[in-house]
Design a protein around this ligand. Structure first.
Ligand code: CP
Length: 311
């Protein structure tokens, strides 16, 4: 297969395994490109991309912008905090005004689940979801699974535990979909209050015991507690959370196998993961960030191939 089955990247849920394999294969080629002395290719020279960020971001925003520039696209950036959204402009008006400037693709992060889907139904541009509320963060899952595959060779049969605030995490949901489509087994681990009630419908294992989960897995993906999305107290204190679910070097070294440690960032050092674990040889956190550029180049390149061009 040389083309994606979808016109927009709204979520991993809508992708087929063959789409994910195509994205990995294309990302491998772009990873070679960005490790060359000349890191740029002309693939998207005639394409204009708008990065619309209605919510804070460091990694995703910079990674998409770099990916777009490496592909030679024209790039415009929008952050809602410094925009006319503050004056009451609606999402659709904001986007239509940006599209009137002849934009071909939109990369959007938004606090509301479904906002990228809504956009894909109402505007004539390819949409890439860069994280929509607690729903999905598809490029994060693609870069996470690409990084595991790079380390372990294959995802089939691998055991991955996602630890932490599953309830509020778009990274968790996209990773669950992606890992399962690629044949991995998934466990989620955290306090019962931070595991969603619908979790059984997703076909994952559940544990409330970090040591048990770590003994089971090949890979541990440690998530941040999303205090900004929590409207009530889900656990007594961060200190208690950290004692029950924080990954320390002592726990890591006590396991009878060497597992891989991941984190999508931003890290809260000393809460979900200690510094010596985050910076250890078992951590692939910075490899995830590096792979993010190649994976996002692949997604943009493949979606741009679906733009109908005037002759
Ligand atoms: N992983 C991730 O989405 O990080 P940012 O919020 O910094 O983009």
């Amino acid at each position: 297969m040389s083309s994606l089955s979808v016109d927009h990247l709204i979520g991993i849920k809508h992708l087929q395994r063959s789409d994910i394999e195509l994205i990995y294969k294309t990302a491998e080629n772009f990873k070679d490109v960005i490790n060359r002395p000349i890191k740029k290719v002309p693939s998207l020279r005639d394409i204009t991309i708008a990065n619309l960020f209605f919510e804070n971001s460091t990694r995703t925003k910079l990674s998409f912008e770099l990916a777009e520039k490496r592909l030679s696209a024209d790039v415009i950036n929008f952050s809602s905090g410094s925009s006319s959204v503050k004056k009451g402009e609606t999402l659709i008006d904001t986007v239509n005004n940006i599209l009137a400037m002849k934009v071909d693709m939109v990369v959007m992060r938004h606090p509301n689940p479904g906002a990228p889907y809504f956009l894909s139904q109402h505007v004539d541009a390819k949409i890439v979801n860069a994280g929509d509320g607690t729903h999905e963060h598809p490029t994060q899952a693609l870069l996470d699974t690409f990084s595991i595959r790079e380390k372990l060779g294959d995802l089939e049969g691998k055991k991955v535990v996602i630890v932490g605030d599953i309830l509020h995490s778009r990274v968790a949901l996209s990773n669950i979909y992606c890992l399962q489509k690629m044949g991995a087994e998934v466990m989620v681990c955290g306090p019962a209050t931070l595991i969603p009630k619908y979790i059984n419908e997703l076909g994952v294992k559940v544990s409330h015991n970090l040591r048990e989960a770590l003994n089971w897995c090949d890979v541990a993906n440690m998530l941040r507690i999303q205090l900004e999305r929590q409207d009530m107290a889900y656990f007594p204190s961060l200190r208690e959370y950290s004692m029950m679910f924080g990954l320390t070097k002592e726990i890591l070294d006590s396991l009878d196998k060497e597992i891989i440690v991941m984190h999508p960032g931003p890290i809260n050092r000393g809460v979900e993961i200690t510094s010596d674990v985050a910076d250890s040889g078992q951590s692939i956190i910075l490899e995830q960030v590096e792979n993010g550029v190649a994976v996002r180049m692949a997604v943009l390149y493949l979606l741009a191939g679906k733009i109908e061009r005037e002759s």
